[in-house]
Design a binder for this molecule. Structure first.
Ligand SMILES: [Cu+2]
Length: 495
């Protein structure tokens, strides 16, 4: 026994020495931005920064000298707050075109990180900030600098961006400050939907007195569902890891598809096209609410983020111009705590938190096509399949498994297309719930963007709600809503 142990130990040491000699094991690295390599891939929209940095400064958290900035609901701003924000944005718009604080330059900062323009340091591949665990983190850093620049322009160190409180019925339409066409906060190209009720994901109605309560309730259901879908798993909430050298879009978290992308779509015009989105000032209120939801998720007991143990997450870095006109490299570890960044969100009710999920009865017109090892109708659905119409499959699961995840794998599309499909989980012969959705927003590019990604949804609570805890099979239904025939799905499984 002893001699074989020695042999194994020797073999392990020898192997380790061999690996070291060849430079293995290859250590993964955090993604970072190349300051000297940015490609203007779309001639009509030059997203790369106009100014080349002379030097880059590492971000340092500021000691708190002034009171915390308090981000308030946009629909509840008083006249003075609204005028301040309007004035700061007007000043930002009036800056010279190539000034890093100029409104369009600021909008381009977002574009450069979502159009393939910015490259990963030393790798000459896209640095994309959507569809991965850096969705929340990059946008938090972006808003942080944007807010401080606005504050600087009006000489107010307590200036705070408002948030679009679309998760509460009182904020479920475009806030008044963004509707006045003479204001620096407006975007006249938006459709005339200012008075309509927002659709957080499949909640359209005719906006009549009769339909509004239903639309309101549906939106709250979307909020509730998307939080459950990514509830107590940091990988489901944040999205998949994205490390140096990885392809773009490894998989976004639940909130990124909906309500994030659905609100972009609802707002229309610039907001519905990723590469143009930040040209609408409402972008910043929308993303402030996304940022607030992240802070809320973190505050839920038991949601301790495992991503915070991953160095590649914490040490990823982005470049922004700060309020002192320096180009700053900021790391994800610096944006984890909003208080350290000097701001908090005003606490408002969360009417969606403790709802009960609506279980739909499935009508006879919903034909279930089965697949799987033990099913006689095996083979009727063949993956990969082009999602042209609703499709249902029986998917096997392990009774008693903890933390069940539904995975829709190898989702392929042209990243320029807007694609949306819903995912239902149902009991065989029983009711179903919408468990989540996949929404990809349109972006502009001259050539096809080959996109391969996946969707993961936490389904433990949904399985309980449909009463399928003891079942070996559930019915998963994919319903294309936008972009039929434009997306291919490689498979559906429960892990
Ligand atoms: Cu967005």
């Amino acid at each position: 026994m002893a001699s074989s142990w020695v042999t194994i130990t020797h073999a392990a040491v020898a192997m380790a020495l061999l690996l070291m000699q060849f430079g293995f094991p290859a250590r993964s690295k955090p993604v970072s931005t190349d300051p000297n390599n940015c490609l203007n891939l779309m001639p009509e929209l030059k997203c790369c920064p106009d100014r080349n940095p002379k030097k880059i400064v590492d971000f340092k958290l500021q000691p708190q000298s002034s009171p915390l900035r308090v981000r308030r609901p946009a629909h509840a701003l008083d006249t003075e707050e609204a005028q301040k924000y309007e004035r700061a944005t007007a000043l930002m718009r009036a800056l010279p075109d190539n000034h890093p604080w100029n409104f369009v330059q600021q909008a381009n900062t977002h574009c450069a990180y979502c159009s393939g323009s910015h490259r990963q340091l030393g790798l000459n591949i896209s640095f994309e900030i959507h569809g991965s665990w850096h969705f929340f983190t990059w946008h938090r850093a972006y808003l942080y600098f944007y807010e401080r620049i606005l504050g600087k322009l009006i000489n107010d160190t307590t200036f705070a961006l408002p948030f679009w409180n679309w998760d509460d019925p009182s904020g479920m339409s475009i806030p008044p400050i963004y509707r006045d066409n003479s204001s620096s906060l407006s975007n006249p190209t938006r459709y005339l939907i200012g008075l309509k009720f927002i659709d957080l994901g499949g909640c359209e109605g005719n906006n009549t007195v009769e339909s509004l309560p239903m639309q309101r309730q549906c939106n709250l259901q979307v909020m509730h569902r998307q939080f459950i879908a990514g509830f107590n798993s940091s990988s489901l909430f944040y999205g998949s890891p994205y490390r140096a050298g990885d392809n773009s879009f490894p998989g976004g978290g639940a909130i990124e598809s909906s309500p994030h992308s659905s609100v972009h779509r609802f707002t229309s015009s610039d907001m519905s096209i990723v590469t143009r989105a930040a040209r609408d000032p409402i972008f910043f209120a929308h993303h402030a609410n996304i940022d607030r939801l992240w802070a809320i998720w973190e505050s839920i007991p038991g949601n301790g983020s495992k991503v915070f143990n991953d160095k590649d997450f914490l040490e990823a870095s982005f470049l922004f111009w700060d309020e002192n006109m320096q180009l700053v490299r900021i790391m994800v570890r610096d944006v984890i705590d909003t208080r350290k960044l000097g701001y908090v969100y005003e606490q408002v009710p969360l009417p969606w938190m403790n709802l009960k999920t609506v279980v739909e009865e499935v009508g006879s017109e919903d034909v279930t096509v089965a697949m799987g090892e033990d099913d006689s109708r095996k083979g009727e659905v063949k993956f990969p399949l082009v999602l042209s119409s609703q499709v249902s499959v029986h998917v096997g699961r392990k009774v008693g498994a903890k933390g069940e995840k539904l995975v829709v794998s190898d989702i392929e599309l042209d990243g320029r297309d807007h694609v949306w499909f819903k995912v239902y989980v149902g009991r065989v012969g029983g009711g179903r719930v919408e468990a989540g959705c996949f929404i990809h927003m349109e972006r502009r590019a001259n050539e096809r963007i080959n996109m391969a990604t996946k969707l993961q949804i936490g389904i433990t609570q949904f399985i309980e709600e449909i009463g399928a805890d003891g079942d070996d099979w559930v019915v998963v239904t994919l319903v294309p809503t936008v972009g039929r025939n434009k997306v291919t799905v490689g498979g559906v499984s429960i892990v």
